[in-house]
Design a protein around this ligand. Structure first.
Ligand code: ZN
Length: 191
């Protein structure tokens, strides 16, 4: 397994609309529902040697729509549903801020990736991001990963039209997390 100082690549996954169904400002554990491909996709990436880190913008906290305590409950449910399906994640980070807070962790800014890289000994340059929004693949670019894959689940279909006006493009635009995982495993072998 290599020594403890060996850096490993990671896939930074968005949560809402990517691993679980998007509910606007999801705030209750009973609203958490995994996509059917979630566990197998995560396991495929883990088998290929990637750590799995979930990074999620939760501006509902800054907007006063729910509390950090509510978010913790939702995240606990999220992790336990994955566990029940036989999948495990290595870390989960959230940004509780809104744009007006000018923080460095709200995606597409890379604060959460940098923090996770330190805490989990991650090789950022060999890592990827996956998510249903433009912010998620821009995160991959801003952090200095291989790049980001955009999925057409969640807000993906709506946001797809806006890619044309962005300077930075995603590595791929794919149907769901399963296809994204397959793409990343193939792409990583080539590099
Ligand atoms: Zn933040």
């Amino acid at each position: 397994m290599g020594n403890r100082n060996t850096k490993r690549p990671a896939v930074f996954l968005d949560r809402d609309g990517t691993v679980i169904f998007d509910k606007n400002y999801l705030s209750k554990p009973e609203q958490v529902k995994l996509y059917s491909c979630a566990a197998e996709s995560i396991n495929k990436l883990r088998k290929a040697g990637f750590k799995i880190i979930v990074v999620t913008n939760q501006s509902g906290i800054a907007r006063g729509m729910f509390t950090i305590k509510d978010l913790d409950k939702v995240n606990k449910k999220f992790v336990s549903l994955l566990k029940e399906s036989g999948a495990k994640i290595d870390g989960l980070y959230y940004c509780p801020h809104a744009d007006k807070d000018k923080c460095s962790c709200r995606k597409p800014l890379a604060g959460m990736v940098f923090r996770a890289a330190k805490e989990h000994n991650i090789d950022i340059a060999k890592s990827y991001t996956v998510g249903d929004s433009i912010r998620d693949y821009l995160l991959g670019f801003n952090a200095g990963t291989q790049g980001g894959v955009m999925t057409l689940t969640g807000h993906g279909k709506k946001q797809q039209k806006e890619i044309a006006s962005q300077k930075v493009k995603p590595l791929a635009v794919l149907k769901n997390l399963k296809q994204a995982a397959n793409f990343i495993v193939k792409n990583a072998k080539k590099n």
